[in-house]
Design a protein around this ligand. Structure first.
Ligand SMILES: [Zn+2]
Length: 268
């Protein structure tokens, strides 16, 4: 799955470019055309996008018929917003056209785009954790969510039923920022450590969004920001490199089957 900062950047871009626009065509790569795809074409062409939101890992277009057009973007997927006179070097799986603009979805399958009712969307959301950008996520609420979780803090952070949108990249960065070892158990964290973790979560997610996230593929022509946060990563996939904070060496380890990158000197 893609993580929150990148998904949030997509949401902001799509909201800016497509809110209020009418869908003029929905095109599938020939390998993806099936009955469901044809039906979806009939259902969405001619409808307008009222607004765009992100719900956990889903990008959601609110259509003017009250339905929700949702996109799931796996790790391999990417999006590109272009104008109709542009030709793409990479073939897209799906194009959604809006008069002179289009949204291209790369690396998706027909099952990654779906039209659903509000009720259906809400039933999916029932199993998702709180969004790190949700203003209601106070320190108390954050701690309360993990109170019953008996695991390492790394495992807890990527548990999508507790917190939405944090995966391998940002869990490593959040734990570094908080100064906590990934294998520490949630049950043994002090109040002060929970505070550090909460503040690291808030800081890292927002810092990445303001620096374009870690995915370097351009989202539109002239995109000079996407992926700039990669330069700011402190530990993720930086095994063997020097820690920017203490000069020690970043280590790779495994916690409950998950790869972790951390600085043994900065994280206790
Ligand atoms: Zn260090």
């Amino acid at each position: 799955m893609q993580e929150l900062p990148e998904l949030e950047l997509y949401r902001a871009l799509l909201a800016e470019r497509f809110s209020g626009a009418a869908i003029t065509a929905l095109e599938f790569h020939e390998d993806l055309i099936n009955e469901v795809a044809m039906e979806l074409q009939q259902d969405v062409v001619g409808k307008s996008v009222w607004f765009v939101e992100r719900r956990a890992e889903l990008i959601v277009f609110h259509l003017d018929n009250g339905k929700r057009l949702i996109f799931r973007l796996s790790d391999e997927a990417s999006i590109y917003v272009g104008s109709s006179n542009e030709t793409l070097e990479r073939e897209a799986s799906i194009y959604i056209r809006f008069d002179e603009r289009f949204l291209a979805l790369h690396g998706v399958t027909a099952a990654d785009i779906e039209l659903m009712s509000v009720k259906e969307l809400e039933s999916i959301m029932k199993n998702r954790g709180i969004d790190p950008l949700d203003k209601r996520l106070s320190l108390a609420k954050f701690m309360e969510r993990y109170a019953k979780k008996r695991s390492s803090i790394k495992t807890a952070l990527v548990d999508q039923s507790l917190l939405a949108g944090i995966g391998p990249v940002y869990s490593d960065e959040i734990l570094f920022e908080a100064g906590l070892r990934p294998d520490r158990k949630t049950a043994e964290l002090s109040h002060e450590e929970w505070e550090s973790l909460y503040s690291a979560l808030n800081h890292i997610v927002r810092d990445s969004i303001s620096h374009g996230g870690v995915r370097e593929l351009p989202l539109f022509a002239g995109d000079g920001i996407s992926g700039l946060y990669r330069e700011r990563l402190a530990v993720h996939e930086l095994e063997g490199q020097t820690c920017k904070r203490c000069g020690g060496t970043i280590k790779k380890s495994s916690v409950a089957g998950r790869k972790c990158y951390s600085c043994p000197d900065c994280q206790k």
